[in-house]
Design a protein around this ligand. Sequence first.
Ligand code: F6R
Length: 261
Amino acid sequence: MEVVILTDPAAVGVCVADAICRLFASKERVNLGLATGSSPLATYAELIRRHAEEGLSLKGMTAFMLDEYLGLPVGHPESYRTYLERSFVDLVDLPNDSLLGPDVATRRPDVACREYEEQIRAAGGIDLQLLGIGSDGHIGFNEPMSSLASRTRIKTLTEETRRDNARFFGGDVEAVPRHVITQGIGTLLEARHLVLIATGEKKAGCIQRALEGPIAAMVPATALQLHPHVTVVLDQAAAGQLALRGYHEETFRTKPDWQGL
Ligand code: F6R
């Protein structure tokens, strides 16, 4: 696991955008896993800027959603599909129909979960999966006590996550759906590269538990310790409780350029 500690969220966005661009330079078709929430916004903003100002093309991309709420009407402004369209995919040259996600409008979401797994597999798997982390240690919407071998399935959000996400629903916790479909931890561990982004002091505790704590279902993000290619990109505030912070800073400072993330 590589831990990169940068000055601020904007620098985090540039660093992760660099990794994505490097991937695009190395292969024609890229399967990119997209997270929502605040954490990846600076990365999306940087990719949008490079598209508008530097001619970056994302035509070769198929985008895969990490998770989605259940129970919101199609087109709801806070559905994760709408969020991703609004904050990223509609602002670059991604072809229509290239944003794939579980079908949450169906009456059989259990079937939709299996079909989404199949879609990811048929596309050849995800090259790079962006992740954020919840204050309770979730990745995707794999809440504490999720099986570390879990596949895409329906989950119930914790009260803590619904409170955290109420800011997107006008502060109203009751408006945050209780149920979601999320890629499972076992599904995520099959992506070829996992990039976890966390910024701000509020994330310092869960980042410390995820990176330096024992692997446990109570902190789902600890499962990242099992993956051979994980990059955690943090700002100073989110790295604030890491015992090995100095080591990570030294490692990144002395890293050869050609290595990438
Ligand atoms: C989003 C997702 C969640 C968020 C996490 C952090 O698709 O699956 O795991 O990444 O809740 O959210 P923010 O970035 O808003 O702090």
